[in-house]
Design a protein around this ligand. Structure first.
Ligand SMILES: Cc1cc2nc3c(=O)[nH]c(=O)nc-3n(C[C@H](O)[C@H](O)[C@H](O)COP(=O)(O)OP(=O)(O)OC[C@H]3O[C@@H](n4cnc5c(N)ncnc54)[C@H](O)[C@@H]3O)c2cc1C
Length: 437
C-alpha cells in the first residue's frame, strides 16, 4: 500500500471541508452481517444503501473515511464510461449494452440525488462538462460520442472552435472543438464523501477509522477480518472497496489494476479579471489528450487543475511550476498571473479494458474497483450495485456486469511501463496535432 504514506492534509478539500464522519476505534471482536473494507465513495455508497435497506453494516478504513482518492479528487462529476454506447453494445450485446448505456448515462443523476436526499453540503453544482478535442482524431471521436448520446436522449451538444474558446476562456487555436454534456457537474469531493459517511451512520452503519484489514479468511460459511490491536470482525458478506490502495487481501486483486499517481493544484482565489477570462461559463472541463488535463473552478473562485497532463505526478514546487505552465497554455495572459496555494496527489486505478470491475470471487465476497481516474459518479453507482446485489438482486439483475477477476499478465512490469508510456503518449499527442491527424 504505497500510497498509505502520503500526507492528505495539504489538500484544498481537507482545508475547507465542513462535513464530519462519526467514526469509532475498533476494539475486540464484532459479529455482524456486512463489512465494507475501504471508506471511499464506493464503500460508503454501498454501506449507505445497505443501511437504508435495514441491513447491519460496518465500514473499516485503514486511515479514515475520505482519506483515499475520494477525498483528493478534482471533484468533476462525470457521466458515462470511458467507452461509448455503441462500443458497449458491441461488447455486451444489444440488450445488455443498451442497459449499460442507460445506467452509465444516469450515474451523475445518482450523485446529485444522493446529495439532495441526504442533505449533503458539498457545493454540488450541475454546471455541465465540456470535453475538448486537441487533434482532428479526437474531434471525430467526440462527434461520434455526441451523436450516440443524442440518439439516446442525453442533453449533449457539439461546440465548434470559437464556441469552445468562448466557453472555456482558452485561445481559439488550442482546441478544435468540444462537446458539452449537461449531465456533468462539480462537488467538493471530501465533503461529498464525508456526507455519505454521515448519512450511512444516521441509518445505523458503524464506521471505524485506523482499522486496516490485515487478513480475510473463511470461518465456516462466514468471513473473518482481522485488523490491528487484536480487532476482528465476523460477517456474512464482505465488500472490498480499496480501489488503487488495494493490497493482498484478495488473491490476485492488486494485480488486476495498475495504480498510478495523479496530482492536483488549486490556485489562490482568482482576481476579477482572471475570473472573467478563465472558464467564464463555470463549466467543469477536461480535454481528450492521451495525457489529459482537467480544469474547473472551485466554489470560492479558484482554478483547480488536475490530471497527469495538467499537473503531472509532480510534488511541491515542481507541481506548481507544471501547473503554471498549463495555466498559460490554457488561458494565455490570464493564466500568467495565477498563483498556486495547494498541491497534493492520490492514487488512481487503471484497468486493461478501461472499465471499472465488479467481481465476486467467492460467495459473500464482493469487489468494486478500477475507475481509471474517473470514479466519483461511477464509484457511487457501483457501490449501489454492490448493495443491490447483497440485498438480494441476482447478478443478472445488475446493470453493470460482474466479471471474473483476472490478474494482468506481466503485472510487475506495468507500473514502470506506464511511466515510459506516458511520455510516449504525450509525444504522440503533440505529433498528431502537428501532422493534423
Ligand atoms: C488526484 C485525483 C483526482 C481525481 N479527480 C477526479 C475527478 O475530478 N472526477 C472523478 O470522477 N474522479 C476523479 N478521481 C478518481 C476518483 O477519486 C476515484 O475513482 C474514486 O474516488 C475511487 O473511490 P473508491 O472509494 O473506490 O476508492 P478510495 O476513495 O481510494 O478509497 C479507498 C479506501 O480504502 C482504504 N483502504 C485501503 N486498504 C485498506 C485496508 N486493507 N483496510 C481498510 N481500508 C483500506 C483507504 O484508506 C481508502 O480510504 C481522481 C483521483 C485522484 C487521485
Amino acid at each position: 500500500m504505497d500510497g498509505m504514506s502520503e500526507a492528505a492534509g495539504e489538500s484544498f478539500w481537507a482545508a475547507t471541508a465542513t462535513g464530519h464522519a462519526p467514526t469509532e476505534r475498533l476494539e475486540g471482536h464484532l459479529d455482524t452481517d456486512i463489512a465494507v473494507i475501504g471508506g471511499g465513495v464506493t464503500g460508503l455508497c454501498a454501506a449507505l444503501h445497505l443501511a437504508e435497506a435495514g441491513r447491519e453494516v460496518v465500514v473499516i478504513d485503514a486511515e479514515a473515511p475520505g482519506w483515499g482518492a475520494s477525498g483528493r479528487a478534482g471533484g468533476e462529476v462525470l457521466p458515462g464510461l470511458k467507452i461509448d454506447p455503441e462500443t458497449m453494445v458491441s461488447r455486451f450485446g444489444e440488450m445488455e449494452g443498451e442497459r449499460l448505456a442507460e445506467w452509465a448515462g444516469g450515474i451523475t443523476d445518482l450523485v446529485f440525488s444522493l446529495v439532495e436526499r441526504h442533505g449533503i453540503d458539498c457545493h454540488a453544482r450541475r454546471t455541465g462538462w465540456v470535453q475538448a478535442a486537441y487533434t482532428k482524431g479526437e474531434m471525430k471521436t467526440l462527434e461520434a460520442r455526441c451523436r450516440q448520446w443524442q440518439a439516446r436522449g442525453a442533453p449533449v451538444k457539439l461546440l465548434d472552435r470559437e464556441e469552445t474558446a468562448r466557453c472555456l476562456g482558452t485561445p481559439p487555436e488550442l482546441y478544435l472543438g468540444a462537446w458539452l454534456d449537461g449531465r456533468g457537474g462539480a462537488i467538493h469531493p471530501l465533503d461529498y464523501t464525508l456526507g455519505l459517511a454521515a448519512a450511512a451512520a444516521r441509518h445505523g452503519a458503524r464506521l471505524f477509522r485506523k482499522a486496516p484489514a490485515r487478513t480475510l479468511t473463511h470461518e465456516g460459511s462466514a468471513w473473518r477480518i482481522t485488523t490491528d490491536n487484536g480487532g476482528s470482525i465476523k460477517v456474512r458478506h464482505v465488500v472490498v472497496a480499496t480501489n488503487a490502495y488495494t493490497g493482498d487481501l484478495v488473491p490476485g486483486l492488486s494485480r488486476s489494476i495498475v495504480p498510478m499517481r495523479a496530482s492536483q493544484a488549486v490556485s489562490a482565489p482568482l482576481d476579477a479579471a482572471q475570473r472573467e477570462a478563465i472558464l467564464p461559463a463555470g463549466h467543469v472541463a477536461s480535454d481528450r489528450r492521451r495525457v489529459l488535463i482537467s480544469f474547473r473552478l472551485s466554489h470560492d473562485g479558484r482554478l483547480i487543475l488536475g490530471g497527469p497532463g495538467g499537473t503531472g505526478q509532480a510534488k511541491g514546487e515542481a507541481l506548481f511550476a507544471k501547473a503554471s505552465e498549463t495555466a498559460v497554455e490554457l488561458f494565455g495572459a490570464a493564466g500568467e498571473g495565477v498563483r498556486w496555494a495547494y498541491g497534493w496527489s492520490g492514487q488512481i486505478a487503471l484497468t486493461r479494458d478501461f472499465l471499472p470491475h465488479l467481481h465476486e470471487p467467492e460467495t459473500g465476497l464482493h469487489v468494486a474497483l478500477g475507475y481509471n481516474g474517473r470514479g466519483l459518479a461511477l464509484a457511487s453507482a457501483l457501490g449501489k450495485e454492490v448493495a443491490d446485489r447483497i440485498a438480494g438482486g441476482s447478478p443478472e439483475a445488475l446493470a453493470f456486469p460482474v466479471s471474473r477477476l483476472k490478474p494482468i499478465p506481466l503485472h510487475a512490469a506495468s507500473e514502470p511501463a506506464l511511466a515510459v508510456g506516458q511520455r510516449v503518449m504525450g509525444l504522440l499527442d503533440q505529433m498528431e496535432r502537428r501532422l493534423g491527424i
